[in-house]
Design a protein around this ligand. Structure first.
Ligand SMILES: [Fe+2]
Length: 250
């Protein structure tokens, strides 16, 4: 059984809670679908933990923006300020050797990884780092057809921070709608595993998914979000809103 995590966004408390939950359910390996950093207060710790615990890590748009200073187009001001702050933290000369390893980790992230009929990306099968696939996109037939054409059978993705299943026949199911489990059938599907560190579906608990080869199970874990919020408040470059939204899961 594999656990899929995504959009950790430098939220150490949420990441630790998800890793223990994944261990508890007996996940043999953890796959990270990108955005380890950005928005949150613990970029170094989250990179170190992802490097240690994740069998495989995919490049997210925030990871890419931190790696290539030129890639901050398309981000709003608060995201951009968080990216600039994160880069400064990773350039701290006091921790040169550790930071070299962290840049090395970011530099080795893959945009997409195929594993037989499975595909792992951050955004979409078509544009792996940047494209969003939102629930309402089921009404955009052309977009969905083109993305499904790039999928063999199942793609695991993140990026929107909204967990759920998209089917080739044009449906979107929230985890709630399917009782948190979805059996892979004949249809191609996209599985969004939600966000560890900044959920946006109204549930503040950290989100992840496990997969046994046939069945996807969506899971939520409560964590000490007040601790994360306090840390965000303490960093001038991270807007308080980035903390406040964790309470709401928005
Ligand atoms: Fe993200």
């Amino acid at each position: 059984m594999r656990a899929f995590v995504s959009d950790i966004h430098s939220n150490l408390e949420a990441f630790l809670a998800v890793l223990s939950a994944a261990d508890e359910v007996g996940a043999k390996e953890i796959i990270c679908l990108g955005d380890v950093v950005g928005y949150g207060p613990n970029p170094k710790e989250c990179i170190d933990l992802a490097a240690k615990r994740c069998r495989l890590s995919i490049m997210g748009n925030h990871d890419e923006a931190i790696l290539f200073a030129t890639e901050t187009e398309g981000f709003n001001l608060r995201a951009r300020r968080a990216i600039i702050w994160t880069r400064a933290v990773l350039e701290d000369p006091q921790e040169r050797r550790k930071n070299d390893a962290r840049w090395g980790y970011l530099g080795k992230l893959s945009n997409r990884v195929e594993d037989h009929a499975l595909l792992f990306v951050h955004g979409s099968a078509r544009l792996p780092v940047k494209e969003y696939v939102f629930p309402e996109d089921i009404h955009k037939k052309g977009k969905m057809e083109k993305i499904f054409a790039a999928i063999k059978k199942v793609v695991f993705q993140g990026h929107t921070h909204l967990p759920g299943i998209f089917t080739e026949s044009g449906k979107f199911y929230t985890p709630e709608a399917v009782g948190n489990t979805y059996q892979i059938g004949d249809e191609k599907v996209m599985v969004n595993v939600g966000a560890v560190g900044q959920p946006r579906d109204g549930d503040p608990r950290a989100s992840f998914a496990v997969f046994d080869g046939k069945r996807v199970e969506f899971r939520r874990v409560a964590y000490d979000l007040e601790k994360t919020i306090e840390k965000i408040y303490a960093v001038r470059e991270l807007e308080n809103f980035l903390g406040d939204r964790l309470r709401l899961g928005r």
